[in-house]
Design a protein around this ligand. Structure first.
Ligand SMILES: [Zn+2]
Length: 264
């Protein structure tokens, strides 16, 4: 179905005198639940993007995906829909995180590879490649060296820069898990521009310790780490600040820090 169904829906609606029509390049996307026509385009877009996404994942550079690269495999109709989707009025989505902004171009990124965690029972697990803007990477390396010297431990980067384009793809991909409700999906997936992970001037880093403790299921476990306690005392000197400490409006996230240059 897909395109054929969509065209019929468009013509039908145009026939009733509606000026701008959902799914036909208008701006009437229903954020509570996508229309069947819009849902068909979403399925088509996800399917079309699959090979490119799989390839970028295997290359290990998916987090740096640009909007140009995201739109490239799509045809005109799919591009128009995705652009319209991307430009939705976010006030309709009840997003609680403040807008962070989208960089106009991909920042100068350093890739971090070979971070090997030592889990229980002598198992090891390598973290997939992560990206950090160069200044953040340098600050992270300096901080890590100091931590290692002080307490003999360090933290790895579990998640660094994730582009707004990749965030857009993930959002569209996850729609199917939430009955094609954009508003519902927005409760679980970040809308492009609303994540500190996509904003290099305020770059977020999710840390994990060498034994794989990241606190994401149990914040208290990360909070109890000597590495975390060291961060509370020293991280600011290297430009890192806790984004969501105890008592903020957001849930406490001891693993999630952001960087801003010390001179600012
Ligand atoms: Zn985070």
């Amino acid at each position: 179905m897909g395109i054929k169904t969509l065209k019929i829906v468009c013509l039908g609606l145009l026939g009733t005198g509606v000026l701008f029509v959902a799914g036909c390049g208008g701006s009437n996307i229903n954020v509570a639940r996508l229309s069947d026509a819009d849902r068909a385009v979403v399925e088509q877009v996800v399917k079309k993007l699959e090979p490119m996404i799989a390839q970028r994942r295997s290359q290990g550079d998916i987090a740096a995906l640009s909007f140009e690269e995201l739109y490239l495999p799509l045809n005109g109709e799919e591009r128009a829909f995705l652009r319209q989707f991307q430009n939705l009025d976010t006030r309709l989505l009840n997003i609680t995180i403040p807008y962070q902004g989208i960089p106009s171009k991909t920042p100068d990124l350093v890739v971090i590879k070979g971070q090997m965690m030592k889990l229980a029972e002598n198992k090891t697990q390598e973290i997939p490649p992560q990206f950090l803007p160069r200044d953040v990477y340098n600050a992270y390396m300096a901080m890590t060296a100091a931590m290692k010297k002080d307490i003999g431990r360090m933290l790895y980067v579990e998640s660094g820069y994730r582009s707004a384009a990749y965030q857009l793809y993930l959002f569209v991909f996850y729609l199917k898990n939430h009955d094609y409700s954009i508003r519902e999906t927005a409760r679980f997936a970040a809308w492009p521009g609303y994540s500190e992970h996509g904003q290099p001037i305020h770059q977020a880093v999710d840390f994990v310790n060498e034994r794989g403790i990241d606190g994401q299921n149990d914040p208290a476990a990360f909070e109890a780490l000597e590495e975390y306690q060291w961060m509370l005392r020293h991280a600011e000197r290297y430009g890192f600040k806790l984004s969501y400490p105890h008592g903020s409006k957001m849930a406490f996230e001891p693993w999630h820090w952001h960087y801003s240059s010390v001179s600012q």
